[in-house]
Design a protein around this ligand. Structure first.
Ligand SMILES: [Zn+2]
Length: 111
């Protein structure tokens, strides 16, 4: 069964828009989600701040992991940071507020 990339893209775009209001006070307005199915890539997600695009690689993440991947990338978008302290702080704050981040310790592996 092939992955329905466009259906997934719409679902994660809705989540982005919802979380933007709930957790980021609307600061991430205009950010878009793209979905790919790339078995050769090593990454689960990517954040492109110049184009305000977050790309989720559905091939590399289990369905239940993709919410955490999206939050990981949104933390990059909001912090303008790599995997440093500002990025980690945003992710920890998301977790504290009930966002499905998963274990923060697992996160540097995602991209
Ligand atoms: Zn990252």
């Amino acid at each position: 069964m092939s992955i329905d990339l466009d259906q997934a893209r719409r679902r994660f775009q809705m989540l982005l828009d919802e979380w933007n209001l709930k957790f980021f006070g609307g600061r991430l307005f205009g950010w878009r989600v793209l979905t790919v199915d790339d078995g050769k890539a090593r990454w689960q997600g990517q954040c492109d701040p110049d184009n305000k695009v977050i790309t989720l690689n559905l091939h590399k993440a289990a369905p239940g992991e993709l919410e955490a991947v999206l939050l990981h990338e949104l933390a990059h978008a909001a912090s303008g940071d790599g995997h440093g302290g500002r990025w980690r702080h945003v992710l920890q704050e998301l977790q504290r507020r009930g966002a499905p981040t998963g274990r923060i310790e697992d996160h540097v592996q995602r991209d």
